[in-house]
Design a protein around this ligand. Structure first.
Ligand code: ATP
Length: 366
């Protein structure tokens, strides 16, 4: 991934009547990057991508492609291509005719078109004899690959994807996630992808942008977003998490606001210190919490009543209810299974290195 921005968005606003769907988006997308935009339904992901490909008019702000303003450029003159969930392939045509379509409208000769279609079949791991096969005779996953091949035949500078895998079954989705990531590496193109699925975002992307109510809440690599979210919203959006209300103590340590947590160590292992009286949220992911046997301690300790366990496949998830009415979630690999009895009192611990402090207004104000 080079550091040059291929696409630069500045103060991008989109209004639908009195409703503002995007509130002044700033974003630089690097050449060759795989950027995924995730967010809840209605947060503005599709609207943003529709502005970028020219399917929707910008209300305010600018879009620059390699330094050239394109926000007024019609969709068909932009060097971008969109891959949808609904595939929009021509059902009466063969696989080959579908892939060749963009080349045909550009006047490429039949021999060159065929050669390129064969290369693309290869790239998408489809057998060469699929060239003559009817699209209607292909499976869902094969059709998705044909759609990708056709998008690549356009040879766009940027490929946009609007939830292209969401209609497929779990197994196929998993396979195609990896194939898309490989395809990105092999083509070197810039991919901008939107999805509801965090897992999909984590598997494929260089960077993830979390969208909320028409703004970006955080843009970073997957590990950063998962381990060091900037807000409770991002922390909770990125999967199971335990959150504790804390305030800064006079001695530089932390105090549990509702007594749910016993603070043994101080905040030094987290690389952040709170001012005395400053309110924040202490976060720990379920895999970093452990059941403490009698006599063992940790930087942070909580106790509660063992509620039950849930099989997650390779891992097991446990729930523990604290006296303050909070449900803590702990995850262990199967080989580290904890055998608890529902109703039993248990002690849990985690260390400062595994914890992260989120400093924001706790009432959700941003
Ligand atoms: P989803 O994940 O459900 O597809 P999204 O994050 O892609 O959601 P958008 O489709 O971008 O969200 O919609 C953002 C907001 O803009 C929503 O509140 C939606 O109702 C509104 N909106 C989108 N298109 C229009 C339109 N043409 N007219 C009026 N409001 C619209």
């Amino acid at each position: 991934m080079s550091s040059d921005a291929i696409l630069r968005l500045r103060r991008l606003v989109k209004k639908f009547g009195a409703f503002t769907a995007l509130h002044g988006i700033d974003l630089d997308i690097a050449e060759g990057e795989f950027l995924t935009i995730v967010g809840p339904s209605g947060s503005g992901k599709s609207t943003l991508i529709r502005l970028l490909v020219g399917m929707e008019e910008v209300t305010e702000g600018t879009i620059e492609l390699r330094g050239r303003r394109i926000e007024q450029t019609p969709a068909n003159e932009r060097p971008t291509c969109m891959v949808f969930q609904s595939l929009a392939l021509f059902p009466h045509m063969t696989v080959g005719q579908n892939i060749e379509f963009p080349l045909k409208i550009r006047g490429v000769s039949p021999a060159d078109r065929r050669r390129r279609a064969m290369e693309l079949l290869d790239m998408l791991r489809l057998p060469q004899d699929y060239y003559g096969k009817g699209v209607a005779q292909c499976s869902g996953g094969e059709r998705q690959r044909v759609a990708l091949a056709r998008a690549l035949a356009f040879d766009p500078e940027i490929l946009f994807f609007d939830e292209p895998l969401s209609a497929l079954d779990y197994r196929l989705r998993k396979t195609l996630e990896k194939e898309l990531k490989d395809l990105h590496a092999r083509t070197g193109k810039t991919f901008v992808y939107i999805t509801h699925s965090l897992e999909e975002a984590m598997v494929m992307s260089d960077r993830i942008a979390i969208m909320r109510d028409g703004r970006f809440e955080q843009i970073a690599i997957a590990d950063e977003i998962y381990s060091r979210p900037v807000s409770r919203f991002v922390a909770e959006f990125m999967g199971e998490v335990n959150l504790f209300d804390v305030t800064g103590a006079e001695n530089g340590g932390l105090i549990s606001a509702d007594g749910a947590l016993y603070v043994n160590g101080n905040a030094s292992g987290m690389g952040v210190q709170l001012a005395a009286g400053e309110a924040a949220t202490l976060m720990v992911r379920p895999e970093f919490m452990r059941f403490l046997p009698p006599g063992e301690t940790a930087d942070f300790v909580a106790s509660g009543i063992f509620h039950g366990e849930y099989e997650l496949g390779s891992r097991i998830q446990y729930e523990v209810n604290t006296a303050s009415g909070y449900t803590l979630t702990i995850e262990k690999l199967r080989e580290d299974r904890f055998s608890g009895t529902p109703g039993e009192k248990v002690t849990l611990g985690f260390d400062a290195e595994a914890a992260h402090l989120i400093r924001e207004a706790r009432d959700g104000a941003r």
